[in-house]
Design a protein around this ligand. Structure first.
Ligand code: NAD
Length: 276
């Protein structure tokens, strides 16, 4: 295994021209994934972006935004619940960008309903993306990083509901709790290869996903649209819901060598929220 590439190592002083590190971000056509992809590009990484076919238009636009900054990018349509598609996605990233240094398993969906109204098919569908998808991305990335002998950074999307429940998010909560467990297990197994594995746990982030949750919560509680977000915002110490950039700033740290001594953690970025 070669030493991690750092900004201030002796090697860098003798060979200033280091190739850019390369990242892959899933679910990057919008929301938090898009925010992370743009932030990593601003940090100087080349960034492959992924999303499903239905979001291929916005996905290409994100890749275009990255190349406009002077970094390389490639847009890869793939469903993260499909093992072959994930393997191919990692192969394409390494072909197009040289190698894979940072994997961000961000893609996820929410299902907002009581557990007793959640059928087995609903459960399996959500788990196939939120937990199986993260497992497939983590393992495909780890295999690539081990083959390269470079070490790397593997980072997953969990949530504050990986630490405590939230109304109507039972299955979602179970999937994110699973990501937390997977992150700890992977961190333990892959430390010997110089790979760190951590997860970010956002609170409320103003994205399309939260709009959907807000609408369902409002329906359930007989509130007007937007009222649920106002109600839960009052429980946030910092007095506002977050934006993708709030999460991307922390993921930028996890993806950098500043976090080299951190692994197996699932960290909340929630503005100090105090749900019951
Ligand atoms: P979003 O719905 O705005 O964006 C998610 C993206 O993932 C979409 O572009 C979607 O097309 C893509 N996606 C969905 N299924 C996919 C699949 N099978 N394969 C590839 N891509 C797929 O959601 P967001 O708010 O940006 O959330 C991003 C991540 O952060 C998710 O894992 C989510 O669970 C997590 N999260 C979000 C919040 C929040 O408040 N928004 C809070 C905690 C955690």
């Amino acid at each position: 295994m070669t030493a991690p590439r750092t900004a201030n190592s002796e090697e860098d002083m003798t060979t200033p021209e280091q190739p850019p590190r390369a990242a892959l971000v899933t679910g990057a056509a919008r929301g938090i994934g898009r925010g992370i992809a743009l932030r990593l590009a601003a940090d100087g990484l080349d960034v492959a972006v992924n999303d499903v076919e239905a979001n291929s238009g916005p996905l290409k636009e994100v890749a275009g935004e990255i190349t406009a900054t002077g970094r390389n990018s490639t847009a890869i349509v793939a469903d993260v619940s499909d093992a072959d598609a994930v393997r191919t996605m990692v192969e394409r990233t390494t072909t197009d960008l040289g190698q894979l240094d940072v994997m961000i398993a961000n893609a996820g969906i929410a299902d907002v309903k009581p557990l007793l109204e959640t059928g087995p098919e609903d459960f399996d569908h959500l788990m196939s993306i939120n937990l199986r998808g993260v497992y497939l991305c983590y393992t495909a990335a780890a295999r690539q990083m081990i083959d390269q002998g470079t070490g790397g950074k593997i980072i997953g999307a969990a949530s504050i509901v990986a630490h405590r429940p939230f109304p109507l998010l039972g299955t979602y909560s179970a999937s994110k709790w699973g990501v937390r467990g997977l992150t700890q297990a992977a961190a333990m197994e892959w430390a010997q290869h110089g790979i760190t594995v951590n997860a970010y746990c956002p609170g409320i982030v103003g994205t399309a996903m939260w709009d959907h949750i807000d609408e369902k919560l409002a329906e359930n509680e007989g509130l007007r649209k937007g009222a649920a977000i106002e109600k839960y915002s009052e429980l946030i110490h910092l007095g506002r819901v977050s934006v993708p950039e709030d999460v991307a700033g922390f993921v930028s740290y996890l993806a950098s060598h500043d976090s080299d001594y951190m692994t197996g953690q699932s960290v909340m970025i929630d503005g100090g929220v105090q749900f019951a």
